[in-house]
Design a protein around this ligand. Sequence first.
Ligand SMILES: [Zn+2]
Length: 136
Amino acid sequence: MPNYAWICYTCKAVNDPSDIACRTCGFPAEATGKQIEEAVTGIKQPPSQSSKELRRQRQAELAALPAWKKPLAYFLYAVQFFAALILWAGIFNLTMSLVLIGIASLTVAEVLYQLLKGKTGDQQTAAPQLPPVVRR
Ligand SMILES: [Zn+2]
């Protein structure tokens, strides 16, 4: 607990040093940076995306693509997959040229995918919109 009178981040009530949480609203005296940020900005931080969620998001994006774009999107997926393989092979063999080829292919495939996706119009897709993330 803090050894000084403290002001609640959420409701601005003044609390005694002995209080471990705000008497008025229950906000903890020693909150994490994230909790304070949420209290101050009023923005709930989205939980950091796991790779599983990212994959699901990608699938939603793919599903939202017009049919004629899907083969190209899958092709770019395959390119990224093989680019990652080349990249890892390069790292494993300590072969700089392979690493560079891998990174270049990954980047090109990603840019092409973003272009492909972008033209469909992000606003109308089924993918849920996340609230803006406030950077520290
Ligand atoms: Zn409070």
